[in-house]
Design a protein around this ligand. Structure first.
Ligand code: GDP
Ligand code: IMO
Ligand code: MG
Length: 400
């Protein structure tokens, strides 16, 4: 069985928790895109862990983890995370493999990320994790791969060349020295993509998406997106094999959040947004920034479902809305005097006015009101839920 889990909004839908839960039925969890811009919080009950680079495999079940060549690796973050899981569960480290062909995020990328975003007419509000620079340099063919660190003098030349291209002054020797110290501590975990594919292609694999479809570089709210195909479309290239997926599970929150800039039709500013943020604990797991909050948007979901190839849905954080008398859900948009409930593209999404329908609120997820909410959403977007998450802990989930 090959399954993908992707976020259906602007990230932070609860993918990490869902992947941890589902991973019990798979041999290996594969990360195929993004880097340490991702922050996946997994609450095991007795401890909590935030994954930035490590796949969210269930650590207690000894599942394999693989970081594919489509991921960009910040060695500081990676080594810190490995240390953390190793302290929590001895031997966890031995379950990890990392593609030698994955690109390295150099410290200067993070500095340039901030500089570039600050020089734009309208900032994107990146996580400053050097993600855009890593993928840009990869495409420019001046990126440094993990395998390049095997030959320090060549790696130094690469770093010097890069500094020349970006016209910045750096101490290549010092950068290399720091990279090598971290690299040597993970060298035994590296594997060629070809070997990883050989070992894994006939196994049960769970592909863990990062960000959300609306942050995908091709189908998201460009330019307010990340730099990869974080949607299911990035899996083949990010794993370096034309894997055939049996199912694509889309994770959606019962409301919407967004970190960083860009259009957000159902955004709640002021007291209402503050209330949702407080109730949902909506602060970035990577940067700590307050997440922008708003109501569920079915028009965007219809668009995202069509493009992501989702086969079923997983709902998260509906428990956060318990206690609301009425819950507004955006069912259509008004644009230039017309009402539409479907989008062909996201070109004018910054100019629409949401049309809300008020759904009855619920006091608990066992209530008929919640059952009706779920049925109504399924009908509106034409897809069924396979799971409903009922709280932050991994085991707080209902299979339908
Ligand atoms: P990800 O990036 O998609 O993995 O999501 P994040 O981890 O950044 O944010 C989701 C947050 O919601 C985390 O703190 C999770 O522990 C938490 N969470 C996930 N599912 C649920 C749920 O159903 N209810 C509640 N209350 N919290 C949840
Ligand atoms: P997870 O996997 C939410 C957002 C940033 C910014 C834009 C570009 O935890 O859902 P980047 O640093 O990627 O160049 O920033 O994308 N962003 C995320 N928002 N969750 C994430 O990851 C995100 N990763 C990037 O806030 O708007
Ligand atoms: Mg997150």
């Amino acid at each position: 069985m090959k399954t993908a889990v992707v976020g259906l909004q602007w990230g932070d839908e609860g993918k990490g928790k869902i992947v941890t839960y589902l991973s019990r039925n798979y041999d290996c969890v594969v990360r195929y895109s993004g880097g340490s811009n991702a922050g996946h919080t997994v609450d095991y009950g007795d401890f909590k862990i935030v994954h930035h680079l490590l796949p969210s495999a269930d650590l207690k079940k000894q599942k394999m983890m693989y970081i594919g060549p489509g991921v960009v690796v910040d060695l500081d973050v990676l080594t810190e995370e490995i240390e953390q899981i190793d302290q929590l569960l001895p031997h966890a480290r031995s379950l990890l493999r990392i593609s030698r062909q994955a690109h390295v995020v150099l410290p200067i990328y993070k500095m340039l990320d901030e500089k570039i975003d600050g020089s734009r007419l309208s900032a994107i509000g990146t996580t400053r994790r050097g993600i855009g620079l890593s993928y840009a340099n990869r495409a420019l063919r001046c990126g440094l791969r993990l395998q390049d660190l095997e030959n320090p003098s060549r790696a130094k030349n690469f770093i010097e060349e890069l500094a020349g291209i970006w016209q910045i002054k750096i101490d290549a020797q010092e950068i290399l020295h720091e990279l090598l110290a971290k690299y040597e501590s993970i060298q035994d975990l590296l594997i060629d993509s070809t070997n990883a594919v050989r070992n894994l292609k006939d196994k049960d694999l769970l592909f863990e998406g990062t960000q959300g479809v609306l942050l995908d570089v091709d189908v998201g709210t460009y330019p307010y997106v990340t730099s990869t195909n974080c949607s299911s479309t990035g899996i083949q290239s990010g794993f370096a094999y034309p894997v055939k997926l049996d199912q694509i599970l889309g994770v959606m929150k019962a409301y919407t959040t967004r970190v960083g800039e860009g259009p957000f039709p159902t955004e709640l500013t002021g007291e209402e947004g503050e209330k949702l943020r407080r109730l949902g604990g909506e602060y970035g797991a990577t940067t700590g920034r307050p997440r922008r909050c708003g109501w569920l948007d079915l028009v965007l979901l219809r668009y995202v479902l069509e493009l992501s190839g989702c086969t079923s849905l997983i709902l998260t954080k509906a428990d956060i809305l318990s206690g609301y008398e009425k819950i507004p859900v955006c069912v259509a948009y008004k644009i230039r005097g017309r009402v539409i409930d479907k989008l062909d593209n996201l070109e004018f999404v910054d100019q629409v006015e949401p049309v809300y329908e008020l759904f009855d609120g619920w006091k608990s997820l066992q209530s008929v009101e919640f059952e009706r909410f779920v049925a109504k959403i399924e009908k509106e977007i034409g897809m069924r839920f396979s799971h409903i998450s009922t709280g932050p802990r991994v085991d707080e989930i209902i299979e339908i």
